[in-house]
Design a protein around this ligand. Structure first.
Ligand code: SF4
Length: 57
């Protein structure tokens, strides 16, 4: 599944990394980024858990 993080929206809360650490990681800029779009995890949960709607599937 294609997954992207809108860094302009991301507030760096870390929720997506907590839910899907195989897919997301925090970048040096304090924003989440995709490290492995094919990682096994609940992407829908990470999307719905993002408080600012920065994750697109
Ligand atoms: S859950 Fe959303 S706001 Fe929080 S780090 Fe992930 S992309 Fe950023």
């Amino acid at each position: 599944m294609a997954v992207t993080v809108d860094e302009a929206k991301c507030i760096g809360c870390g929720a997506c990394v907590a839910i899907c650490p195989v897919v997301f990681e925090m970048g040096d800029n304090g924003k989440s980024k995709v490290k492995d779009a094919n990682g096994e995890c609940d992407l829908e949960a990470s999307k719905s858990g993002c408080p600012v709607g920065a994750i697109s599937l």
